[in-house]
Design a protein around this ligand. Structure first.
Ligand code: FAD
Length: 339
């Protein structure tokens, strides 16, 4: 067993409210570990609308999603949170000593005296194509939903599925290293930057990329997780078998509550019910804030999540510092937070 990662508070979700919870906990001298399935912090703001302006963040007449996240990260940084990115929290249990132990999808253990669930609409994950036998090919990396290093695909035959920026950008990038790149899309129109689409079409005319349009994924052929063909089909049922070592599927992200639904928390239509005064869930020591929390009058707005972060931090304080009176102070009287 690896040694557990420990902190006062485990924050599940690095969206805007999880990040602000780090700050609010830090102001009360509580150290946080933050865990998120995505590789980058920012939750919906960063993953779904980094460039779209938000107009209802107090004192920011307009601020882009990515910019808001950068500011929140900066604000939390003095408190040196531990970020565990690219892993999902799969299990949450009592540790028998009044605290909690969390298990991540990478097998790590995280121990904390309290938990803040800031999980939005659930863990982000790729939309997976409904193909028979998919899991075996995912396990070996033959089927992927992201590419971290294009060198890994050097000399490989790659099928790219999707019609958005990821599909088009990776087709352009991989044509120089892969043995063969085939782009599969169900219709001629791509929802990607027009300049990139034009480049891809020009590359296809030069024979550097194969465009399989209008095809959809139909099946995977291979054995023991090794792919040898991707089967495509048109809506009319015409099939085509493309020799391939890898399938990259870029069908966007979706969110699912996933393991959180199994943690024995009070739920109401996929949201966690909380006491609005403390944001505590039905399990003492586990609080929920942001989009995932519900109570009468709840507004699913970032600004409300910020306020919930402050209230949850104050409610958690006595667990971390039992018997110690919490003298309420303004951030200005503390000066620059020292962590
Ligand atoms: P999220 O931002 O959803 O982040 C939750 C994070 O938790 C995710 O990164 C997820 O991967 C992670 N997570 C979940 N489960 C697990 C798990 N088991 N293990 C590990 N990680 C997990 N709000 C406004 O106030 N103003 C606006 O103008 C506005 N515009 C919007 C525009 C769009 C297009 C969209 C989609 C939303 C908009 N919103 C707006 C809503 C706003 O983005 C959300 O209210 C906000 O992101 C909620 O923050 P959060 O921190 O609660 O959750």
């Amino acid at each position: 067993h690896e040694a557990a990662i420990t902190a006062d508070v485990a924050v599940i979700g690095a969206g805007p409210t999880g990040l602000f919870a780090v700050f609010e906990c830090g102001m009360l001298r509580m150290k946080c570990v933050v865990i998120d399935t995505l590789e980058a912090i920012g939750g919906q703001c960063a993953a779904l609308y980094p460039e779209k302006p938000i107009y209802d963040i107090p004192a920011h007449p307009a601020i882009a999603g990515a910019e808001l996240i950068a500011r929140l990260e900066e604000q939390a940084q003095p408190f040196a949170p531990i970020y565990l990115m690219g892993r999902r929290v799969d299990a949450l249990a009592e540790d028998g000593e009044g605290g909690f132990v969390l298990r991540t999808s990478q097998g790590e253990q995280v121990r904390a005296k309290a938990v803040i669930i800031a999980a939005g609409a659930g863990a982000f994950g790729p939309n997976r194509p409904p193909l028979a036998g998919l899991e075996a090919f995912e396990a070996t990396g033959a089927v992927r939903y992201m590419v971290s290093r294009r060198e890994e695909l050097r000399g490989k035959r790659v099928v790219i599925a999707g019609g958005g920026d990821s599909a088009v950008d990776w087709a352009l990038s991989l044509k120089d290293v892969a043995a063969r790149v085939t782009v599969v899309h169900r219709r001629p129109k791509f929802r990607a930057a027009p300049e990139s689409v034009a480049q891809m079409e020009a590359a296809a005319e030069r024979g550097e990329i194969d465009l399989a349009i209008p095809y959809q994924l139909h099946g995977l052929e291979g054995a023991e997780g090794e792919l040898d063909h991707v089967v495509l089909a048109t809506l009319k049922g015409e099939e085509r078998r493309v020799p391939a070592d890898h399938l990259l599927a870029f069908f966007g992200l979706s969110m699912e509550l996933g393991p959180i639904a199994e943690w024995g928390l009070g739920l109401e239509r996929s949201h966690i019910t909380v006491n609005p005064a403390t944001l505590e869930t039905s399990r003492p020591g586990i609080h929920a804030i942001g989009d995932i929390a519900t109570y009468p009058g709840k507004l699913k707005l970032i600004l409300q999540g910020f306020s919930e972060a402050a209230m949850a931090a104050h409610a958690i304080h006595p667990r971390i510092f039992p018997g110690e009176a919490l003298h309420f102070e303004y951030s200005t009287s503390k000066g620059v937070p020292l962590g």
